[in-house]
Write a protein that binds this ligand. Structure first.
Ligand code: NAP
Length: 284
């Protein structure tokens, strides 16, 4: 593709951002769809976030993705934010419409697409969600929005699980969320009660990380969604396959949220599988 005076610029911003697969995904899509654009990664320090969005209005930066640690702080610099991003106070996609910055959250869509692929009927499923950070907040919001009735939520730092429960039940008062510290005795008791286990902790980013739930507590009927991804597969994904559970790691979510962002920018609906294959190869 030729870069010329008509080339548009897109970017992912984060700190750090060097590990991001978004430039590979979006440059691949721009080439595939013959769009004259390039997508870069910008490492933006938290103190420079305001300056970045100010600059974005004046330069031809048509869109950006936002990753850690800026997803919440970015909200204050945008002109308009869609309801989902507003509700969970996290934005991961921005479009620049003639100097007006509009924010969206496409992570929820990514989570929903993975649960669809796992054939999880959210309103009829009992969930165990591990972790209480930003990813868990998005998971809980997605479950609440789709009429989940009972969620067990466990986190290493118990106060964070309680805070997250309070945040979600403020918007969804009928949803039953039972919280606990993340420990083996709790997992042993609860595993037999749940149908779907979602790992939203950071355990699994490295192949040598332990599984957040021991092998012996898994049941063949469990559906497993591990938001982490690494080229060798997390311990949880390896255990799930050995046990015969239906399981999906975090790469499809990454692809789905990226496809939705691409759609917001271009109106094009790219095919999932060829982007997934590209990123899988890149990850290796
Ligand atoms: P975060 O806000 O930093 O939260 C991290 C969570 O992991 C917290 O609940 C933390 O517990 C827990 N944790 C960290 N180390 C742990 C350990 N050794 N044992 C048990 N729990 C531990 O991060 P996040 O944004 O929620 O991201 C969580 C994971 O989701 C990351 O692996 C991230 O890569 C992944 N993610 C994937 C996608 C995707 O598209 N696939 C999107 C977003 C995030 P404490 O509260 O006790 O610290």
């Amino acid at each position: 593709m030729k870069i010329d005076s008509a080339t548009s610029l897109y970017a992912v911003i984060g700190h750090p951002v060097g590990h991001s697969l978004s430039p590979v995904m979006h440059n691949f899509l721009f080439q595939k769809h013959k769009i004259n654009a390039v997508y870069l990664a910008f490492d933006i320090y938290p103190n420079d976030l305001r300056s970045f969005f100010h600059t974005m209005r004046f330069l031809p930066i048509v869109g950006c993705n936002i990753t850690l640690p800026h997803k919440t702080n970015a909200l204050r610099y945008l002109d308009k934010v869609d309801k989902t991003a507003q509700d969970i106070s996290a934005v991961n996609t921005v479009v620049n419409k003639n100097g007006k910055l509009i924010g969206y959250n496409t992570d929820i869509y990514g989570i929903q697409m993975v649960l669809n692929t796992l054939k999880v009927d959210i309103s009829k499923t009992t969930f165990l969600v591990l972790g209480a950070g930003g990813a868990s907040r998005a998971v809980l919001y997605c479950l609440a929005k789709n009429n989940a009735c009972r969620i067990y939520l466990a986190n290493r730092t118990y106060s964070r699980a309680l805070n997250l429960k309070n945040l979600i039940t403020r918007s969804f008062p009928k949803l039953e969320i039972r919280t606990s510290p993340l420990n083996e005795s709790y997992l042993k008791n609860i595993a037999s009660e749940v149908d779907c286990i979602i790992n939203a902790t950071s355990l699994g980013i490295k192949a040598q990380d332990p599984s957040p739930i021991p092998y012996e507590f898994l049941r063949r009927r469990h559906k497993i969604f591990d938001l982490t991804y690494n080229p060798d597969g997390s311990a949880l994904i390896r255990f799930s396959h050995k046990k015969g559970c239906r399981a999906i790691d975090g790469l499809p979510m990454l692809v789905w949220q990226g496809l939705k962002a691409f759609n917001i920018w271009t109106n094009i609906e790219p095919e999932f599988s060829f982007v997934y294959r590209k990123l899988k190869t890149e990850l290796k």
